[in-house]
Design a protein around this ligand. Structure first.
Ligand code: ADP
Length: 243
């Protein structure tokens, strides 16, 4: 079954076709990588499928449901979660508050009044523990290291119980030990049935972690397949190296 599918997805900025007639399928249950040179349309593709920007034409389907015109919160609600290239947390909220506002049911008002459900706090602790940052529950997010903030962002995404998780450069600005930890986490979460789509510049991470890699160049896929095949594909070498 396809988790995410696009059909003829197109978005231009001025004269630039950032995403150009993209028809791709993300198969459920796999760790998928999305790579490509700078400016090849990866971020625009992420923003289109998560509803942050609207396509000029084409459609986005999640588990065969047409979500093309859905607002971002509605897309999250159907089971699609994402992180951002520049990690997004609320700096002046505590780690636990960040977790609780990530849940659709917990509004800011309930949070401030302390009337959120205990079960949500338990769920938040579960995810913080899995990310290894449960000891920071009461710390303000701005006092966490950048790597810890990335783990917090990831933990918060899981409060929405996503089936498909889009990670935008999870290894960016993160030390090698933490990259290893993120890879292990993604593998474990995948083994538990979650699908991933990862945009990442760190080629070792992509090739070592992903089952399937899609390569973008100038707004569209030019190759896809298992890492070993993609790595040896002449079109990919040309896009990256100009050879
Ligand atoms: P990638 O994530 O692969 O680096 P992007 O999706 O960021 O690529 O960019 C694809 C193309 O679209 C680039 O030429 C970029 O300059 C252009 N682009 C992206 N976002 C905007 C925007 N908001 N306004 C104008 N041009 C944009």
């Amino acid at each position: 079954m396809s988790s995410l599918r696009t059909s003829g997805l197109t978005k231009s900025f001025g004269g630039v076709k950032a995403v150009d007639d993209v028809t791709v399928e993300i198969v459920e249950g796999k760790i998928n990588g999305l790579i490509g040179p700078n400016g090849s349309g990866k971020t625009t593709f992420f923003n289109l499928v998560t509803g942050l920007i609207r396509p000029d034409s084409g459609r986005v389907f999640y588990r065969d449901r047409d979500i093309t015109r859905y607002a971002p919160h509605r897309i999250a609600h159907v089971g699609l979660g994402r992180t951002f290239q520049l990690c997004r947390v609320f700096p002046r909220m505590t780690v636990m508050e960040n977790m609780l506002v990530a849940v659709r049911r917990t509004g800011l008002r309930e949070l401030l009044a302390g009337t959120h459900a205990t079960s949500e706090v338990e769920r938040a602790r579960h995810w913080l523990t899995r990310m290894g940052i449960e000891h920071l529950e009461r710390a303000e997010a701005r006092n966490l290291s950048y790597g810890q903030q990335k783990l917090l962002e990831l933990a918060a995404v899981f409060m929405g119980d996503p089936e498909l998780v889009l990670l935008d450069e999870p290894a960016g600005g993160v030390n090698p030990a933490l990259i290893e930890r993120i890879v292990t986490l993604v593998r474990d979460l995948n083994a538990e049935g979650r699908t991933f789509l990862v945009v990442e510049h760190n080629m070792d991470m992509v090739m070592g972690m992903c089952d399937h890699v899609i390569v973008f160049d100038r707004g569209a896929p030019i190759a896809e397949g298992p890492p070993s095949a993609v790595r040896a594909d002449p079109r990919v070498l040309e896009a990256y190296l100009g050879v």
